[in-house]
Ligand binder design. Structure first.
Ligand SMILES: [Zn+2]
Length: 281
């Protein structure tokens, strides 16, 4: 069934488990993610990000994912991740996404508040939820170039002020992860997660989760993270499955598709088991 972030994250925050957002760009990836959720009876967040739209346009993806989400017998949030413009976020809402992230984390603090407050008011009229980002997660290229990455970490008092002023439903925080594949071992500031969790009353989101160790995930969840974003891991699983199919002598698309769906489902299930959301759907 199609639900919004509050439906899956409020119980997760209360009971201390995590729910994954798995970004997808095509039918095989979406099928793999939803197959995993249904097999494990786990709540799931599925969607795409603005930066991924060249690989799967918003309207085509929503036409495909929304009916699949509605038909599923576990809670499914269809989320638009890292919306960068107001217009694209509104388009996602009109298409029926039940949740959006409006990422204004590179704007000034005041501008971030102003823009997120505006989209939150609108999204709530659609019955949709909003995630924002405070502090900046950034990518691996950027983070490795920073002299003091902790300058970009989320401040707990600011997080309280931000959520009070915007009315946002979930907050992505910067605590030491980066987007994409890691060039060095990430070091997470777990105490900061707890401080932010104690300061604000809404679920916390960890971006840049692909490549963290199982222990990192579980420790982050134990300290108060409720939503974890995954893309790189399932993106690589799908591509490796195609390579394996070819190595196995399969040459047709119809032979390769089942390999990809299965590989994405397996990679998704492994994450769900780590996050502790199995049987919660
Ligand atoms: Zn992200």
């Amino acid at each position: 069934m199609l639900v919004n972030l509050n439906d899956v994250l409020l119980p997760a925050a209360e009971k201390g488990y995590g729910v994954g957002l798995f970004n997808t760009v095509n039918f095989e990836m979406a099928r793999g993610v939803l197959q995993a959720a249904q097999e494990l009876r786990a709540p799931v967040i599925i969607g795409t990000a603005e930066i991924l739209l060249p690989y799967g346009p918003l309207e085509e993806l929503s036409d495909m994912i929304l009916p699949m989400a509605k038909k599923a017998d576990v809670p499914v949030v269809v989320h638009y991740d890292h919306g960068l413009t107001f217009e694209k976020c509104v388009e996602a809402l009109k298409l029926g996404f039940s949740s959006i992230m409006y990422d204004c984390s590179t704007d000034s603090y005041e501008e971030n508040i102003r823009k997120v407050k505006e989209i939150t008011k609108l999204a709530h009229l659609f019955g949709a939820t909003v995630e924002a980002e405070l502090g900046h997660v950034g990518d691996n290229e950027g983070v490795s170039a920073l002299e003091r990455p902790e300058d970009y970490y989320t401040d707990p008092d600011m997080a309280k002020d931000f959520t009070d002023h915007t009315g946002v439903d979930a907050l992505a925080i910067a605590v030491g992860t980066a987007h994409g594949l890691y060039k060095f071992k990430p070091k997470l500031d777990f105490e900061r997660i707890t401080k932010i969790k104690n300061a604000i009353g809404i679920p916390l989101v960890l971006h840049g989760g692909s490549g963290l160790s199982g222990t990192d995930f579980q420790t982050a969840i134990a300290h108060g993270i409720s939503k974890i974003n995954i893309f790189t891991d399932i993106n690589i699983a799908a591509a490796s499955a195609a390579a394996k199919a070819l190595a196995d002598g399969k040459t047709a698309m119809t032979d390769i598709i089942p390999y990809q769906v299965e590989a994405v489902a397996e990679a998704t299930k492994a994450k769900m088991e780590l996050f502790g959301c199995v049987g919660r759907g």
